[in-house]
Design a protein around this ligand. Sequence first.
Ligand SMILES: Cc1ncc(COP(=O)(O)O)c(C=O)c1O
Length: 463
Amino acid sequence: MTLDLARLMSSDGPDKYDLHNRYLNSQMVKVLRTIGFDRNYVRGQGQYLYDQDGHEYLDLLSGFGTFAIGRNHANVIAALQEVLGGGLPNLVQLDVSVLAGVLAERLLDYMPGLDKMFFCNSGAEAVEAAIKFARFATGRPRILFCDHAFHGLTNGALSLNGEKTYRAGFEPLLPGCTPIPFNGLERLEEELARGEVAAFIVEPIQGKGVTMPVGDYLREAAALCRKYGALFVADEIQTGVGRTGRFLAIEHWGVDADMVLLAKALSGGFIPVGAVAAKKWVYDKVFDRMDRAVVHGSTFAKNDMAMAAGLATLEVIETENLIRHAEEIGNGIMADLGSMVGRHEFVKEVRGKGLMIGIEFDKPRSLGLKAAWALLEQARKGLFSQMIIIPLMQDHRILSQVAGDNMNVIKLLPPLTINDTDRAWIREGFEAAIVDAHRVPGALWDLGRSLAGGGMKARVGAA
Ligand SMILES: Cc1ncc(COP(=O)(O)O)c(C=O)c1O
């Protein structure tokens, strides 16, 4: 039997929902059906998805931040085709690869304070490496992380997860991992002073809730880590590679990190990749002798396809000036959406940097709306924001996500390639959905009631 991929993926192919129901995660199918996200996408290009009827969708989720340069970028495809057709001696293992060397050099050019690079296959693997490197380099066992943090779902990364829902039932996790408040310098210093802390791992902007660092929090946190001999590790897996209008988000606050973690966008949306940039002394402590040359690693790390995807992605980001663009258009979108604060009920705040944007909702002032809100939020906190992403999809073909459980925040992580037409699409879509929410009774609140009545337990999005 020859593999006929074209048929499998055509409308004559098998029913994907049926397959997933039977063999994969049937709960995911249930979620998609409940919220009407069960589309049949057949194509993706740039910031757009297309369904089988030719409808165009604006993707503000971008695979949880992976498609920073958009889907199916021709330059990345060309680079990957060159690798595929090149008959390269990939993954020899007892060898070193030129592509990995060049990608390391290019990436470190963006990070003047860091000297060495470790490649792996995902964000969570980068976090695992950082935990091991920090413990080994400092000789200390403890890792500090933040309440509501998200660093991935493998065992070590989960040990640094600030949400009960993710951790429950998977314990015991790694010993020596302690949560502290994000933006809480006092608790950080208290824990550092207790000693034995190898590292503090933090997202510069928390994915959950798009929570911003206040004032000089990050710089002061890094200084405290240095004072007490702990490493400051910036998890830039979501914020990095240009998303916030700088190559790294920590650049906004002039922070000098001991390690920086990347993944998602570096893949070009094609080949999974993770990266840990580290100070030389940290790296050299771990890989300190010939018999320890393979003391940490992974079989598929540094594979040619991933390295080429990373190199091509950086080139696209540079030639299309996407980092500057992310800052400019992000500011424009935040201004558009921010203009709803005060003008419309429910919209409490719009915040973010570049193209990592959070829209927070809060209870309305007027009496009729207050009662409807209270009923919905009693059923499940955060249901209002879930109720808004549904008409965004159904009526405006905008794919978006909520920024976490038990909170009313929608998060936008669009490709950095979005343009002024998309900006108008976002402005008009949100405006219409929010205006609709003012109609009580109305179709939107009927939908909210049915979500609440159906015991809507689905969280549409990740941290
Ligand atoms: C900040 C952060 N760290 C780590 C991860 C984990 O990355 P991965 O899903 O590639 O394991 C994520 C994924 O969403 C993330 O946002």
